[in-house]
Design a protein around this ligand. Structure first.
Ligand SMILES: [Zn+2]
Length: 295
């Protein structure tokens, strides 16, 4: 990978850090403090790969607070993402379990049709990467469709919000299945109390966005093309959840979810970022998949 000189790297890093922080200290606080055009001027030293980590087709959208005529599909994509940075590799979300490929497709008890066509391990291998090569593991939250292969990365450093860690290893309920991530209990762990700049240069920043689960988080990635980007986790499931501001019935805390939606929307406006709703199958279908990448 191209490695910029130390000086240009520092300049670029400083610029990106300014953008990632949203220029929050700027007087007035109205509008973008940093011109997003500046962001795309320099060469980004990071790559983003998208993996197919399965598909869910739900029985009805009611649990997501949508009427049947308010969403055009009941299909949810389940991607995983690899971010390659000069200082290390981050895996964002661990998808549905690779083991489910053997019995795919199958219907869960609640009627959700579940498909795993390609394993995450095979897609990493295609890039000549093993789980041991992943420096950091961060998941938007611990539900089964985001933590399915977490145990595979118990040798990585786990980046997790404090309330999510407590929920994961406390009296877990809902969609938490400890068998999928139990090995992380002894993994090197960085407990987060809010936002976290993963590589210290503002290019890859975990943003706390609780509500869906106690310690839900989203990921900001500062790419050249398509530009600054937020990976949604489950802040939204369907694009209609975003348009209509509808909170799923099964969220941990509705008020907290609405606050997080406002916070992340404001952040994206400030830095000129777009959002990829991870479960938005129509949008996902149009994206480049690994071994192709964005940078
Ligand atoms: Zn999900």
């Amino acid at each position: 990978m191209l490695r910029p000189s130390r000086t240009s790297w520092l300049l670029l890093s400083t610029l990106m850090l300014l953008v990632a922080c949203g220029g929050g200290d700027a007087p007035g606080g109205d509008g973008p403090a940093v011109d997003p055009e500046q962001v795309v001027a320099g060469p980004a030293p990071i790559r983003l790969y998208i993996f197919d980590c399965g598909t869910l087709v739900i029985a009805d959208a009611g649990r997501f607070s949508l009427m049947s005529d308010e969403t055009s599909t009941l299909e949810l994509s389940v991607p995983c993402y690899l971010i390659e940075h000069p200082e290390g590799r981050l895996l964002w979300d661990a998808g549905l379990p690779d083991e489910w490929a053997a019995r795919s497709p199958f219907a869960q008890e609640n009627g959700t049709l579940t498909t795993v066509e390609r394993t995450l391990a095979a897609q990493l291998e295609e890039l000549r990467i093993t789980p041991a090569d992943i420096d950091y593991l961060a998941m938007s939250h611990m539900h089964y469709d985001h933590s399915g292969n977490a145990n595979m990365f118990a040798g990585s450093e786990w980046l997790v919000q404090r309330p999510e860690h407590e929920a994961a290893f406390g009296e877990a309920g809902g969609f938490f299945d400890r068998s999928l991530y139990g090995d992380l209990e002894t993994a090197e762990t960085r407990i987060l109390d809010g936002d976290h700049d993963v590589f210290g240069d503002g290019t890859v920043v975990i943003k706390s966005a609780p509500g869906h689960t106690p310690g839900h988080q989203v990921l900001f990635v500062n790419l050249v093309e398509p530009g600054p980007l937020v990976l949604s986790g489950d802040l939204y499931h369907f694009p209609e959840n975003r348009q209509l501001k509808r909170v799923p019935l099964f969220n941990f805390n509705e008020a907290q979810t609405l606050d997080s939606m406002d916070l992340i929307e404001d952040f994206m406006s400030e830095v000129g970022a777009r959002m990829w709703i991870q479960h938005d199958s129509a949008a996902y279908a149009l994206l480049r998949k690994s071994p192709e990448f964005y940078q």
